[in-house]
Design a protein around this ligand. Structure first.
Ligand code: HEC
Ligand code: HEC
Length: 335
């Protein structure tokens, strides 16, 4: 039992007595009420007291005593309440003789569910993410987890939305190998672009650079504005590259593809430039303050990897190295 959860947190002794006294008085009052209402008994042949009300011409109200079963039900309820208060917490801070706590009950339930999950999870734990991704049952579990923990941001189809990346395409800001995806989920990610409005000369400059960015991707643009924006794009090249292709390794997005996190129209690009952009993928792993243990993250990584954009691991597995081109294998190890 965890200290602090065992007894209700009363701020002072006063509240303990106050609540206990109210509970006891409530019970005594109930008993008194039942007794006072049930002691009148009709003698043989006696007519119950006639109340003064009469409705609808001849409908009269008689004051009959309560039926016995009804009365016993009330007594039963009062004794049930007393028994309950002895066994369970309820009388102020008295913890009850059974030592039951809602925290312990919640914890027991949770442990049982976790144990059940671990059993189902067992076979997948030892498998690599790509193998797990190919398993239909694991995919179903991964999808359920995704609906619970991820869909509010990435959408139920995982295709993202404004400000939230699409997880089903092959464009990754933080890498698409199994390890990259797992790291994104477990530790969270923040890619930050500073506000560049001043660097490009305000609204007009942003519009020009936006058109230059569109031209880099071969998309419809205003050629005059783009020409004016070309020189100003120098401020961006350090992160997004001369050709706008970004640097996936450093989480600087490619500006020439169709995968936009913040929108790919001229005005959306101009807004990205003026305001800057900052993503915030919250860490999911328990060790980083999230809610998920390693096995759930493993399943989720496999689910996301299998959505369509997953990339092969960077270091080839030994079997793949064997199948590498002949000259690579034949080359003498020079080092
Ligand atoms: C210090 C590095 C840095 C510089 C300089 C920089 N950016 Fe960025 N930019 C980023 C990062 C990181 C992101 C991703 C932000 C996120 O994930 O929310 C980004 C995002 C963007 C986006 C949104 C992409 C999308 O998918 O919606 C656009 C457009 C953009 N940058 C254009 C520019 C332009 C044009 C400039 C020059 C004026 C520029 N950036 C300068 C780092 C930079
Ligand atoms: C509060 C919103 C939010 C939640 C919840 C969330 N994400 Fe994200 N996620 C983001 C944002 C925003 C980014 C982009 C971060 C950036 O640009 O800096 C991101 C990025 C990612 C990436 C990296 C994408 C890339 O292009 O490299 C992966 C993978 C990912 N999320 C998976 C998940 C999974 C799986 C879950 C559920 C366990 C989840 N996310 C829950 C907001 C969220």
């Amino acid at each position: 039992m965890i200290a602090g959860y065992a007894v209700p947190d009363f701020v002072s002794e006063f509240w303990h007595y106050y609540i206990a006294a109210f509970t006891v008085l409530g019970i005594l009052f109930s008993l008194f009420l039942i007794k006072s209402q049930t002691t009148t008994k009709l003698a043989e042949g006696e007519q119950a007291e006639l109340m003064v009300h009469t409705w609808d011409g001849d409908l009269q109200e008689l004051n009959n005593p309560l039926p016995r079963w009804w009365m016993f039900m009330f007594y039963g309820l009062v004794f049930f309440a007393i028994g309950y208060l002895v066994l369970y917490p309820g009388m102020g801070k008295f913890a009850g003789t059974l030592g039951w706590t809602s925290f312990q009950e919640w914890k027991d339930d949770k442990d049982a569910v976790d144990a059940e999950f671990d059993k189902v999870m067992g076979p997948y734990k030892g498998q690599d993410i790509m193998t797990v991704a190919a398993d239909p049952k694991a995919k179903e579990m991964g999808q359920n987890l995704f609906m619970t923990y991820c869909s509010q941001c990435h959408g139920s189809s995982a295709q993202g939305g404004k400000g939230f990346p699409n997880l089903t395409d092959a464009q990754w800001l933080f890498g698409g190998t199994p390890e990259d995806i797992k790291a994104s989920i477990a530790g969270g990610r923040i890619a930050e672009m500073p506000a560049m409005g001043d660097a490009v000369g305000g609204e007009q400059g942003a519009k020009e650079v936006a058109n230059y960015v569109l031209s880099l991707g071969g998309k419809p643009h205003d050629a005059t504005l783009a020409a004016a924006g070309q020189a100003k794009y120098a401020a961006c090249a350090g992160c997004h590259g001369e050709n706008g292709k970004g640097m996936a390794a450093a989480s600087f997005p490619d500006l020439t593809d169709d995968a936009w996190q913040h929108g790919g129209s001229e005005s959306a690009i101009a807004q990205s430039i003026i305001k800057g952009r900052k993503g915030g993928m919250p860490a999911q792993s328990k060790v980083s303050g999230g809610l998920l243990d390693d096995s759930k993250i493993h399943l989720l990584s496999a689910y996301v990897w299998g959505l369509g954009g997953g990339k092969q691991p960077a270091a080839p597995a030994p079997a793949e190295a064997m199948a590498a081109p002949a000259e690579a294998v034949a080359a003498p190890a020079a080092n």
